[in-house]
Unconditional design. Sequence first.
Length: 565
Amino acid sequence: MTSRATVRMLVYEVRELSDPRNMPSEHLVLVVGGGPVGLAAGCLLTVHGIRVLLVERNPTTSDAPKAISIDDESLRMLKLAGLGQELDRIILPGTGTQYFGCDGRPLFRAGTPEPFRFGHPFKNPFAQPELEGVLCSTLRGRSGAQVRFGCELTDLNQRPDHVEAEVRDVNTGTTETVHADYVVACDGGRSIVRELLHVGMTGRSYDDPWLVADVLGDPHRERYGLHYGDPERPCVIIPGVRGRCRYEFLLSRGEGEPAQPPAFELTQRLLAPYRSIRADQIERAVVYTFNAVVADRWQVERVFLAGDAAHMMPPFAGQGLNSGLRDVGNLAWKLADVLHGRLAASVLSSYETERRSHAEATVGLSERLGRIVFTTSRSRARLRDIAIRMALRSQRGRRYFEQMRYRRPPRLDDGLIVRSGTDDPVGTALRQPRVFDVSAHRARLLDDVTGNGWSLIGVEIAEDWWQRVHELTRLAGTEIDIGLDISPVPAHGRYALTDLDGGAIKAFEGLRGRFVLVRPDRVVAAVFAPDNADPVIASVRQWLAGSPITDPAAAEPAPPQMEVR
């Protein structure tokens, strides 16, 4: 006999499958750029039921291991984009970074302030070609997705209700006009979209040359990065999966020039203190310089910049790719909710509002780490080491360095949030504890329950209070009752969750008796008591389609189509 819990689960699954946000719509978003950020944008949009055309000038995904570190926020976002266990196969779960002083002795190991705070390992080496392969195969398998390599954007014309984009087949020269609702430019530091929009970048470029060598058959078995602050030869070593390893060395003047392949003898000499190397064990060796710049505008009407098209940073914080993934994680669901008619088009301006300040802070952090950790001044290096060792004698100093508290976590001060106090988690990513799902009678990660849409969580809320917030269910597709002890939570047509191992208590202890409104990117949009729901509802009304502030651009767009010229 079918149990009542099983019937409830079937109802939940049918509701999820029948949700129009999860079905391909007639709307189309053009994604320019087939690197990891563009492919992730496509996966996020299609998981929200939006048709995607992705164009990339290169003939295939990249075979160059450029980005090599992905953090827990990015892994969470990629899981929300529908990627599963294939991600676990291509990463090396890491424990942060070990820093060494000018004398070669360890200074400290930096890691996470809280293990598995978002349900995934904190910092993880990986190989970019493998990640791009997983993303590309996932996107190609999605209903409503077209992926065209060997196809470049040549022109853009913005109309009141759509964008006309000219794309050209690189091999045949055939040109098409694509009518898209919006364009997301993930086409890198030399973005053609940014050039067509006449958007500049502000910041500075560094001309210090670094050699980066990605090698195979490496003896390193550490699951963390090694940063050597030797002023004579600053060096970074990052072991990866299946014997891969990256070595980066600051070069002296005359040792190498950007855009010119380094001599094998140079690479061999620099690697000699760490390993012997043969030419066939080098996947890639290049000399590069880096930039610390941010685009002056991230949105021009219906076109948005993301990833390196919006910002470029030094590699020392390992946040280049992660920042790009945060961009599309912030933008994709907003585009989807606007195109599905749930949110007003005016909310799209919150993309730059919410992402710019953190991107700028991350660029600044990357610059500071480069100046401090990889200084070439021996006196400054000695002072650095003395100051750090003295700081590590105190609990506060150990927390600052060992828990990477020098890295600013994303926290929104403005945008699609309703601030109610200084001590609440509004504007931050909701923790992801493992919880007990009473309805399914099994343990689950919280994101597996909330899904990829809006959710409204009642933390030990009496049933009659839910009636006060019924208007928010227009936005929140998933409603959850959560209890912070092991006693079962009554199911009232909502998900019923309880604490499993203390994780839910840590995430929600200070929120007892309050509602938590969570956005699709898992950012907490509002926290409020039931008797203070009206101001939150009034604020949310301003975001919804059909509100008094709805942007005129939210008018029904022209049906997407393609014309072959």
